[in-house]
Design a protein around this ligand. Structure first.
Ligand SMILES: [Zn+2]
Length: 186
């Protein structure tokens, strides 16, 4: 009888397709942190077991995982880190096409240059005012204003305090009293 309760049409015992295996191998290689993108064969084997539970090279007509990998020279390049031994513990695999760079797959793209700290917008000045109102207690300096600016490294400490002083604020309470409505629009 057909089990109508069954929700999985594929019996769990059927092995993954060769394409699925190749995809998993490629993903495992891409996770390497080694130079030129080489991944250790045992790490690839572990990834396959984690992905599929059981992985049998014989399901694909191979004696070993290495044999399966070597069947696709257009996909994978294999090297032995100790050619004299040719033991499996020295097998490294990378993708045939990439990367050529020493850094491997470059998880870290070139850092984009940090934008130069800038002046506050009017909206940001209003936020500063609200914050100063919520944290009263002027000690005769711009201490709290500086504290607020310091937490926003995209804002220029020097540029903003200079402009505040020019607009008549030499301390935190003067920011509220003298600058409100005077902060320039962009
Ligand atoms: Zn003051």
């Amino acid at each position: 009888m057909i089990d109508s309760q069954s929700e999985t049409p594929v019996p769990p015992s059927s092995p993954p397709t060769e394409t699925e295996v190749l995809d998993t191998i490629e993903q495992a290689i891409r996770r390497t942190t080694k130079a030129y993108g080489y991944q250790h064969l045992s790490t690839i084997a572990t990834a396959l077991r984690e992905q599929f539970g059981v992985f049998e090279p014989s399901d694909y007509g191979c004696k070993t995982l290495l044999q399966l990998i070597e069947r696709y020279p257009e996909h994978f390049k294999v090297k032995w880190s100790a050619p004299a031994h040719k033991g499996l513990s020295h097998v490294w695999v990378r993708l045939a096409t990439e990367p050529k760079r020493k850094e491997g797959y470059g998880e870290k793209p070139a850092p984009s240059p940090k934008p130069k700290p800038r002046l506050m917008t009017v909206t940001e000045f209003d936020r500063l005012s609200k914050w100063l109102e919520a944290h009263p207690g002027c000690d005769g300096s711009l201490r709290k204003t500086r504290q607020w600016l310091r937490r926003r490294d995209f804002l220029s400490m020097e540029g903003n305090t200079k402009l505040l002083k020019r607009l008549g604020a030499h301390c935190d309470c003067e920011v509220l009293m003298n600058v409100e409505g005077k902060w320039p629009e962009e």
